[in-house]
Design a protein around this ligand. Structure first.
Ligand code: DGJ
Length: 728
């Protein structure tokens, strides 16, 4: 396993446990993509580069270069020189034209992986990961492009990024820099994506690819509610258990594009990177640009294997927080309980009741600072509103701690309200186009985090509050998209750098935060789940999944999110009924069972809910603690999908050592005159016997997986059951 260069064939071979990735060099030095798929035991060869077929390789057969480049399967296509498919790199030189041609120069293979400057990225020790760097050059521009591949053999993951270095004396402009490209032959691929909207984020969409380009993207300055930086191409028969899948995910939280392009010859180009709209980066002599990392996986065993590859990888190689596998306190958040209408007394009432029920942390959400009693003011004025928090924050935290609960707090550090002291003092700190009145969204502007002094200010506001009291948790929110893209401090010809520099500013703040407060539990959030991506997971082990906590809607949202992200990263709470977004009533127990597939917490006024519901909370908290470790570390299997095909939803988490498994079954819609339903478990030991906890029923692993378990039929909508199978 690992990476090899086979000199006589001019092939780079990268192996993971189940996959192989082959790169070959043409006689001229074009870096071509040969193969990605099931593990090859041999060293491979480069006939798949099709250098003997028309249009022939120019240096060998004296044919033209442009038709060759337009068909050649390349690792990193450049624009302007004859490959008419989507390029990864567009460079404008001083003469004003776009064109670059990359030829192989050298390579380096080393154990471990280097950091990406200023960016979140996967990490691993010398035993976990090996890296190949291919150095290419455009000799006219004196531009060096370093293609980087890091191979995480155990998880079947390969990460890619590109570093662009200006080694010449010209002033270059990067008008497009993507991170990864995969040229393959079409296998009648379906494309899977995760589109959505506010309160219904990341719903799985699947459809056959057609000729031309089909893409998902965001130019909103965040990975967004609407699209998601994930794309998979799957063979048509692919199910959870079988079929081939190629997937890419982006370790970045801002603008992105993920695209599949079916060409005239039936080849497919799949790529991912920062969206080129609103992007232009000045690369002066000696300067370097780092493209964010794309994560690639291939599964020959269906979507389930792809999912588990991502889960294992993110848990081991993206999430850094000590809470990754640690015990996270069960929290109660006051947002849906009170919205802006609260004060210390109200919070203490909630904390008191919550403590009695076993809840372990109170989170004070939006509305505690400035003069904020609604959403049209005070962002940027991060001083405690002492009309609401009457005896000050340290005293409130102390009182909550005395009730036996930890204390958490909400911030939205990237924003500035027009009605704020900060805006009155620094109107130019808001992102805006000179001479044009910027748009407000939720009555707020976005801070220009390309400015170091603004980053410093925003960070200081958060840190000062955290230094003032023992605060265990921060919810870092971001409630609007970016527009009117202009900065008062960037030069005219550098305005195209703003959106990426904004992201670098966000990352810098979060990096400082996790370094200064290593024990802080950080939860990212963006108007629900608009910034749920691996970039954010690098800083926070959990991300608020959606503002919709309705148990039924959450089935779909959490299914889509869990297609890629580990269960314990999904912020999931039990809300009140009727649900505030859809008005639906669901049983309290079902809300709990669904939230158990995420971080598990409460989002309601515990002093006001029905006694029968309040009485269920201690049991639910106990259930969370019982299964927490299994959910944080286990293998996730999707057994049935309400959103796709069935009137019920069912998933399983199996311990990696196969010692036990928890199955959650939710009957969304009851059907008349139905038999019991059979569900087929996964990830068990065939020969072992498993007892269904709380019963005398014993089954072999083989039976449960091949013959299935019978879920008794029952009446009623939104009813749910947990089945815990424990190896005897
Ligand atoms: C959006 C978040 O998703 C909510 O949970 C809440 O924190 C509000 N913002 C507060 O303004």
């Amino acid at each position: 396993m690992g990476i090899r260069y086979i000199e006589e064939k001019k092939i780079f071979k990268m192996d993971t446990e189940r996959t192989t990735y082959l790169i070959g060099l043409s006689p001229e030095g074009y870096v071509g993509h040969i193969y990605y798929g099931k593990r090859l035991m041999g060293s491979g060869s480069n006939y798949l580069l099709r250098m003997q077929e028309p249009p022939y390789t120019p240096s060998v057969n004296m044919r033209e270069k442009a038709p060759f480049l337009d068909t050649f399967p390349t690792e990193y296509p450049t624009g302007g020189i004859g490959d008419y498919r989507e390029s990864c790199l567009d460079v404008r030189c001083e003469s004003g034209s776009i064109g670059s041609e990359l030829l192989f120069r050298s390579f380096r293979i080393f154990k471990g992986k280097e950091k990406l400057e200023g960016l979140p990225a996967s990490f691993g020790g010398e035993d976990d990961v090996e890296t190949l760097e291919i150095v290419c050059e455009d000799s006219i521009l004196q531009l060096r492009v370093i293609l980087s591949y890091s191979v995480f053999a155990d998880c079947d993951m390969i990460t890619r990024s590109a570093r662009i270095e200006n080694a010449g004396s010209q002033h270059l402009k990067l008008e497009k820099v993507y991170s990864a490209c995969l040229d393959m032959d079409n296998k009648d691929f379906d494309m899977l994506t995760l589109p959505g909207s506010w309160a219904r984020e990341r719903c799985i969409q699947r459809g056959r690819i057609r000729c031309g380009k089909q893409m998902v993207s965001s130019i909103r300055g965040e990975s967004s509610h609407q699209e998601h930086p994930f794309i998979a191409l799957a063979t048509p028969e692919t199910t959870q258990e079988a079929g081939e899948v190629y997937a890419m995910n982006f370790v970045y939280s801002g603008n992105f594009i993920a695209q599949a392009e079916l060409s005239q010859f039936g080849s497919v180009r799949m790529l991912m990177g920062i969206h080129s709209d609103y992007f232009c980066w000045n690369l002066g002599p000696g300067e370097v640009f780092w493209a964010p990392e794309a994560v690639l996986t291939y599964s020959a065993d269906g979507l389930g294997r792809m999912t588990r590859n991502f889960h294992d990888f993110y848990r081991e190689h993206i999430i850094r927080s000590p809470y990754k596998y640690g015990k996270r306190p069960v929290l109660i958040n006051n947002w849906e309980a009170t919205y802006f209408d609260f004060n210390s007394e109200k919070l203490l009432e909630i904390a008191k009741e919550a403590g009695k029920a076993g809840i372990e942390m109170l989170v004070m959400d939006d509305g505690w600072f400035g003069k904020r009693n609604c959403d049209d003011n005070s962002l940027g004025d991060w001083t405690v509103n002492e009309e609401k928090i009457t005896s000050g924050l340290p005293d409130l935290v102390k009182k909550v701690n005395e009730l036996g609960l930890k204390f958490g707090i909400w911030f939205e550090p990237e924003m500035i309200s027009p009605d704020s002291d900060l805006y009155r003092a620094h109107p130019d700190w808001a992102i805006q186009i000179k001479g044009r009145r910027p748009s407000q969204i939720r009555a707020q502007y976005v801070l220009d985090l390309s400015r170091p002094e603004v980053v410093d200010y925003a960070y200081r506001c958060v840190a000062d509050i955290l230094r003032s009291a023992p605060i265990a948790y921060v919810k870092w929110d971001m409630n609007r998209q970016l527009c009117d893209i202009g900065s008062g401090c960037l030069k005219e010809d550098a305005q195209g750098e703003l959106m990426h520099r904004y992201m670098l500013g966000v990352y810098e703040m979060q990096e400082r935060l996790v370094n200064e407060f290593p024990d802080l539990l950080l939860e990212n959030c963006s108007g629900g789940g608009a910034r749920f991506d691996p970039g954010m997971l690098y800083y926070s082990p959990q991300i608020w999944c959606s503002d919709d906590v309705d148990a039924v809607e959450r089935l779909r949202i959490q299914e889509g999110t869990a297609l890629v992200y580990p269960l314990a990263s999904m912020g999931a709470h039990i809300g009140d009924c009727p649900n505030h977004v859809v008005g639906r009533n669901t049983p309290f127990a079902t809300r709990g069972n669904v939230a158990l597939a995420g971080t598990f917490g409460y989002e309601l006024d515990i002093t006001k809910i029905a006694r029968e519901e309040r009485e269920q909370i201690p049991g639910q908290v106990e259930m969370y603690h019982k299964y927490r470790e299994l959910i944080q570390r286990g293998d996730y299997y999707r057994l049935a999908s309400w959103s796709m095909e069935k009137p019920y939803d069912c998933w399983e988490v199996a311990a990696k050592d196969k010692s036990h498994a928890l199955v959650t079954f939710v009957q969304v819609l009851a059907q008349p005159n139905m038999h019991s339903r059979v569900i087929y478990l996964r990830g068990l030991e065939e020969e072992a016997e498993y007892r269904l906890e709380g019963t005398e029923e014993v089954y072999s692993g083989e039976e449960l997986m091949k013959c299935g378990y019978l879920v008794p039929s029952c009446k009623g909508d939104f009813i749910s059951f947990l089945y815990h199978f424990v190896r005897n």
